[in-house]
Design a protein. Sequence first.
Length: 386
Amino acid sequence: MASTKSCTGASEGDPLAYERVVVKAGTTLLTRDAEGLDREVMSSLVSQIADLHRRGVEMILVSSGAVAAGRHVIGGLEDGRGLPLRQALAAIGQGHIMHIYEQLFGGHGVRVAQALLSRRDLADRLGYLNVRNTLMALLELSVVPIINENDVVAVEELSGEQFGDNDTLSALVANLVDADLLVLLGDIDGLYTSDPNVDPSARLISTVERVDEGVLAQAGPSWKNTGRGGMATKLEAARLATASGVDVVIANGAQEDVILRLARGDDGIGTRFPSSVTKMDSRKRWILSGLSTRGEVIVDKGAATALRRHHRSLLPAGITGVSGSFERGDIIAIVGPSRDRIASGLTNYGSADLAKIRGTRSDRISELLGHEYGDEAVHRNNMIVA
């Protein structure tokens, strides 16, 4: 079900179901093969966003396409020359794509602002809050933020440095600004039972109540996509956003009035991922984002059940393994026996200490370490179940 919120600023047309919407437009939607940016598609998206903006909905656009735009400006260079070329193309394309957006939005009397973000901008608490404050200020000024990953400074070789065709970035932005709806637009209608490009019997899935391992397995490596993302990254984005209280829809951006219809809460468009949780406070959303995760602990089935079903703290007795190097107070991931992510939280003990006390009773912590910071490896008050 869609959010039951009404848009207090709407004064015409059908009632709107959401007050704050993040729209992500993918590279495959915004570009037309060798012809570069598809201005017709961009004009349609801008028109819909401007319409909702005028009716009081706070809109944020996360736009891909900078590298493709830069390649077209230069003359069709391939990516084979490596990362420096890709970053150079992004630098060229960012200005080009933003100029087009300014013209299109300007035609509707809407002011826009560009925000280029990298994972490092959100990885620490202060940076996270600074970005949030900036975006919220822009919304208060009735400005539409246009966000893209900062490809010019992001480095692929650094693990986890890039977001993945802006899918994850859009989920983090939705999380960051307390959005009601995240719309992931590409050139495919939604999540199918299998890849529709190779399987004619594939069926569109209208609703996914929970993004679990079974759902993720449906987005195999064969799914066609010319951008850096793919169905797998869209599903991960949906899992992150819905876990923090945001409804998500994956849809084809070429459908007529797709954003307007989704903002009304219309069913039957794409694949909907309804959130079943209430909005989290900013600190919990930051923990859940995983941007600052320093390592992980593996827990047994009993601990996994206690965390998921009974919202218990994680005790050392339930830990079977420790991965990575982290200190007390760092954010760590908690994964099950099959390495599926269960939760994230602030650890009471560093990795070296947890390696010594894993699998033991809490009353032996002081004996084994010579000190203790509590019975829990991760207290439930500092933990967010995914």
